[in-house]
Each structure stands twice: as C-alpha cells, then as structure tokens.
Design a protein around this ligand. Structure first.
Ligand code: NI
Length: 248
C-alpha cells in the first residue's frame, strides 16, 4: 500500500486498523564504476515496499537524498546536511503523526544516514518529553538497515566473503540489479577488491578511494544474488515490523 497511490479516505480507513507506516530512506550518491547513483535509495525503497506488501503496511514516499557529503567529489552525488536531514525526518514524522500514525519503521539503505536519523529520532522524542502536556499519543520510530539483517549478512558472507566491503558492495549492487535488470553492466575494477579505510570530507574520500568503492568487489554482483537478498530481507524485516507495531 503506497501512500502516494491512496486517497485521503483510503488513509482514514487504514488508520482505523493500523497506525504503522514504513518509511524507506536511502541516498543519492556514487556507487563505484558499476553501481547506480540511486543504489541506496533503490535498496531502501524495494525492501521497504516489499515489507509493506508482506505485512499489509502503508509505505511512505522514499526519502531519496540522505547524508552523503563525503561522496560529493563524484559526479551526480547529492547530500542533505545533517541538520537538513534531521529537519526532513522530523517534518515527515510530524506530518504523518498529525493524522494518527504512531509507529514509524524506517528501512534504510545508507550507512551514512544512521547517526543523523538517530539524532532526528532523539529530537522527536525530546519535543514530546519537553511538552507541558507530557507525552502525546506515543510516537515511536525504528531504524532498520536492510543490509544488517542477519539473513542478509549470512548470504553476503556466503557469496562474497571478504569482497563484500562497505561501499558499492556486491550485495547492494545485486539488489539494484534484481530491481532493475536493465541496469546490469560491467566495467574495469582495478584492483578487484578496493582499498579500505577511513575518510573525512569529499576530497579526502576521493584521494583514498579513487574509483569510489571501499573494500568491495561489485564485479561479483548478480541478479540471482539480488533475488535471494530481497526475499530474505523482506521476510526478516516484515516479521520485525509486525512485532514493532504490535508492541505497546
Ligand atoms: Ni550504498
């Protein structure tokens, strides 16, 4: 059930039996020589929509631009400053809470969002805690990274081992190829497994990781792997979503 394909009456009907909503969140940033700019947004969106189907949940529009300042030395990358992303998440939650949604399940595709999204949740809770009337009908938010699901980790280890890395991974590239088979492509990857390490700003990142990858060999990606990752992630997160909305 996609929010943007409902009418307001449909949403009122939904709220009579559930106050949960899935919010896909990702990023729009370079993903190495073979990965799509939209990789993280696509991953959050396809898993989030899959969870919505499996659990009968409403799914909000995808927050497609995240906190990705470190990728800005590569063409096509976009970022929201941390403060902007916090504002976007607060307004997203507050808009929907006004109608009666109380359980916000964020399905995330980008590691660089985690600190900022967590800070946004703290802002939302702080506002409720500081309000003179005390807690409103309790709004609860949860962040799940699809790539951290235990079944997903197991498949990544089995298929890609040390070539999984941490950016432009074969797992995330596989998932985007499963969603968009027309995007399958090859390109020279030298060395096959990219270097690992840390970074600060965009220039530092590009110096350390010249083709954009970190620790990964996305040359191992496949549509078949993407299908396994999709099915496993959706099953695990749909169960987790159901438990989240059922809890007091
Ligand atoms: Ni990514």
């Amino acid at each position: 059930m996609l929010l943007h394909l409902q009418t307001w009456k449909d949403v009122e009907d939904y709220l009579r039996h559930s106050t949960g909503i899935v919010v896909p969140i990702g990023s729009t940033e370079q993903h190495g020589p073979t990965g799509l700019i939209g990789t993280d947004a696509i991953c959050g969106e396809v898993i989030g929509r899959g969870v919505g189907e499996a659990a009968g949940a409403m799914v909000a529009p995808t927050v497609a631009v995240g906190m990705a300042q470190h990728h800005l030395a590569f063409a096509g990358s976009m970022t929201l400053r941390p403060t902007t992303l916090i504002a976007v998440i607060r307004d997203t939650v507050e808009s929907l809470a006004r109608h009666g949604f109380t359980r916000f399940y964020f399905v995330n595709g980008h590691g660089g969002n985690v600190a900022t999204v967590t800070a946004a949740f703290s802002e939302i809770y702080a506002e409720a805690s500081l309000h003179p009337a005390g807690n409103r009908p309790a709004v609860k938010c949860k962040l799940r990274n699809w790539y951290d699901a235990s079944g997903v980790r197991a498949i990544s280890r089995e298929l890609f081992g040390a070539a999984e890395g941490s950016h432009a991974t074969p797992s995330e590239v596989s998932l985007t190829w499963y969603a968009y088979p027309e995007a399958v492509r090859t390109a020279p990857l030298d060395p096959p497994i990219a270097p690992s390490g840390g970074f600060t700003d965009a220039a530092d990142y590009r110096r350390n990781f010249p083709d954009g990858r970190i620790g990964s060999n996305p040359g191992l990606a496949s549509v078949e792997a993407g299908k396994r990752l999709y099915e496993t992630a959706v099953k695990e997160l749909a169960e987790d979503y159901r438990a989240f909305v059922a809890a007091p």
